[in-house]
Design a protein around this ligand. Structure first.
Ligand SMILES: [Zn+2]
Ligand SMILES: [Zn+2]
Length: 145
């Protein structure tokens, strides 16, 4: 088991409880992703994710399996999930070096962070409405934060 990180601000884990993590989350970086890979890979209409710096994230129990996909832009995206229950937990990739994207839904307190933008709305389903006060991007979001 990892020693963890200093001053974790958030904890979370998978459905079966085998995989647990802690993280210092970046404020105002939670977002919805409507891309087809996230729709299929999350078994939902979209993924909700939040950024953590790589050094601010630690797995504290269990291990993750990884499934790698290649994005439209040709960049590698590694999808980390619990090998026991299949819950998607984190994403890392060439498109966002040094950063771990965490499934907001897997946080112990998902209400603590409100998504501020949505990406890949070009492939969003019409039967699922997102709150209207978020910034929208038809494809890859180009926020600086
Ligand atoms: Zn699990
Ligand atoms: Zn996506």
């Amino acid at each position: 088991m990892s020693a963890g990180i200093t001053n974790p601000k958030a904890t979370g884990g998978c459905l079966c409880g085998a995989a647990r993590y802690q993280a210092n989350l970046k404020e105002n970086t939670a977002y919805y992703c409507h891309c087809r890979d996230c729709q299929i890979g999350s078994a939902s209409a979209f993924t909700v994710a939040i950024f953590s710096e790589e050094q601010d994230f630690a797995l504290t129990a269990g291990k993750l399996s990884t499934y790698t996909t290649i994005s439209d832009s040709g960049r590698r995206l590694d999808r980390g999930f619990c090998p026991h229950c299949g819950t998607p937990l984190i994403w890392t990739g060439e498109g966002f070096p040094g950063v771990v994207l965490i499934s907001l839904s897997s946080l112990d307190e998902p209400e603590a962070h409100q998504p501020v933008h949505e990406g890949w709305t070009d492939s969003a389903v019409s039967w699922c409405r997102i709150q209207e006060n978020v910034e929208s991007f038809p494809r890859r979001p180009n926020r600086d934060s």
